[in-house]
Write a protein that binds this ligand. Structure first.
Ligand code: SF4
Length: 84
């Protein structure tokens, strides 16, 4: 399991602190085909707001630089919506 997936699940810490996304994976995960566009936008904006206040943001940004971007396509990670 990826470190960040464990952080999202609330089973791991990042940078020695409880990340703001802990236990809130549903805000960060990719959209699904039948998801209403308003819900999609709400989730994305909420996730970006959570990242903005996260104490682990610097470490998360460092961590994502070493991850394959395709692995996180469609996720919000480290204050960024990854779409490439
Ligand atoms: S910066 Fe965002 S994705 Fe990274 S640990 Fe914090 S809340 Fe989670």
């Amino acid at each position: 399991m990826s470190l960040l997936v464990a952080v999202f699940d609330g089973t791991r810490e990042l940078a020695g602190t409880t990340a703001a996304c802990s236990g809130r994976a549903e805000l960060f995960e990719p959209s699904w085909p039948s998801e209403h566009p308003d819900i999609r936008q709400y989730r994305r904006e909420a996730a970006l707001a959570v990242c903005a206040d996260c104490p682990a943001l610097p470490s998360c940004r460092q961590w994502i630089t070493n991850e394959p971007r395709t692995r996180w396509h469609g996720w919000v990670v480290a204050g960024e919506f990854i779409n490439h």
